[in-house]
Design a protein around this ligand. Structure first.
Ligand SMILES: Nc1ncnc2c1ncn2[C@@H]1O[C@H](COP(=O)(O)OP(=O)(O)OP(=O)(O)O)[C@@H](O)[C@H]1O
Ligand SMILES: [Mg+2]
Length: 243
């Protein structure tokens, strides 16, 4: 049984169809990529899977339980957690205060050891007394990830964790994602455009376009599909399928 699955998800917002019949499965400890051009509906799908958006049709199942009607907080309690495209950290707090607030929000209260493990796992370099507002993008992302790791996630939905990062910073995120899956058995659904990153971490990639899954498969192959190239680059397809 897959850890997370959704079937035939459709979502209308502002009188427009945003998602149309989207189905996917993620197995335990699997890293699955979610790609697709801007506005394809990737973040909207995360809203649905995480429980932030409940006004859709179709079902979401997590760890053997239908969670379609369950709000985000209760899904997170069960181990289904997400990050946001923009790494917004609480203003006016230091790194230590942010972690403390995150610890206090959870029951059972995560141990101090767990907090130190999470910080070490993401290789947070900024000192604990750094105001979160002055953190660079990578450190913000690491801090948000550390806050989630306190809660023992079974799956993380990561919304473009590598965007705005330099090459060596992307390598760090890549390593964190791989270690999550390989060493701790945490599944990851990863929104990402870069083939080279997806090829490093993901066993499969789904490509969305205009709210629908248009391709699925191995990262190296999926980006060669004419329909995917057409969606990304608006390249007209020939009758023979070559773009
Ligand atoms: N609350 C909303 N009301 C109306 N339309 C919305 C709403 N949220 C998203 N949309 C529209 O839904 C479509 C999909 O948006 P979404 O943010 O899911 O795309 P995305 O694939 O994550 O894009 P990007 O790569 O730019 O992050 C877009 O056309 C967007 O304008
Ligand atoms: Mg998005």
């Amino acid at each position: 049984m897959p850890l997370l699955s959704c079937s035939e998800i459709s979502l209308d917002l502002g009188g427009r169809r945003i998602l149309e019949g989207v189905s996917l499965d993620v197995e335990q400890a699997e890293v699955v990529g979610l790609a697709g051009p801007n506005g394809a509906g990737k973040t909207s799908l995360f809203e649905v899977l995480s429980g932030r958006q409940l006004r859709h049709t179709g079902d979401v199942t997590f760890n053997g339980e239908v969670v379609t009607k369950l709000p985000m907080r209760l899904r997170a309690q069960r181990g289904l957690m997400r990050t946001y495209q923009r790494p917004i950290v609480p203003a006016g707090l230091t790194v230590a205060e942010t972690l403390k607030a995150a610890r206090k929000a959870y029951r059972p209260y995560p141990s101090r050891l767990r907090m130190e493990w999470a910080m070490d796992f993401v290789q947070m370099r900024a000192p604990l007394n750094t105001p979160t507002g002055s953190l660079e993008t990578l450190e913000r992302r690491k801090l948000m990830l550390a806050c989630l790791l306190l809660r023992d996630p079974k799956i993380l939905l990561l919304d473009e964790p590598a965007s705005g990062l330099t090459g060596s910073e992307i390598d760090e995120i890549d390593l964190v994602v791989r270690r999550l899956a390989q060493e701790y058995g945490v599944a990851v659904l990863l929104i990402e455009h870069r083939l080279e990153l997806l090829a490093m971490v993901a066993s499969r990639v789904l490509v969305l376009d205009v709210g629908q899954v248009i391709a699925a498969g191995h990262p190296e192959r999926v980006f060669l599909e004419p329909e995917v190239r057409a969606a990304y680059f608006d390249v007209p397809m020939t009758a023979g399928g070559a773009a």
